[in-house]
Design a protein around this ligand. Structure first.
Ligand code: F3S
Length: 110
């Protein structure tokens, strides 16, 4: 089980989730944040602080947002950042890149 960030985060990036995360598994991309699924301990703190309700547990995610499960995971793979499991967010692990799904996201789709 892991938590997943979805489209309301795009172009908002409030950042409260990143501060709340006790294992620093939330990483900043160009337009949104992404949760490293192997590092997430599923504590749920991020979900409770997000002001736009962008975060879901993977098993509870609405059907029309399921594609964000793979978008969060693939952000860390070679096709995007290639970071793998960095072991903690920080200045070194911040990117202007996004998953292609997010890069092509149009504002009106929120
Ligand atoms: Fe995004 Fe919500 Fe975190 S807007 S940066 S998922 S607090």
């Amino acid at each position: 089980m892991t938590y997943v960030i979805t489209q309301p985060c795009i172009d908002v990036k409030d950042g409260a989730c990143q501060v709340a995360c006790p294992v620093e598994c939330i990483y900043e991309g160009g337009r949104m944040m992404y949760i490293q699924p192997s590092e997430c301990i599923a504590c749920g703190l991020c979900l409770s602080v997000c002001p736009v309700d962008a975060i879901f547990e993977d098993r509870d995610i609405p059907v029309d947002r399921r594609h964000f499960i793979s978008a969060n995971k693939e952000f860390f793979e070679d096709a995007v950042t290639g970071w793998g499991q960095p072991g903690g967010a920080g200045p070194k692990y911040r990117s202007e890149m996004d998953h292609p799904l997010v890069t092509s996201f149009q504002g009106g789709e929120h």
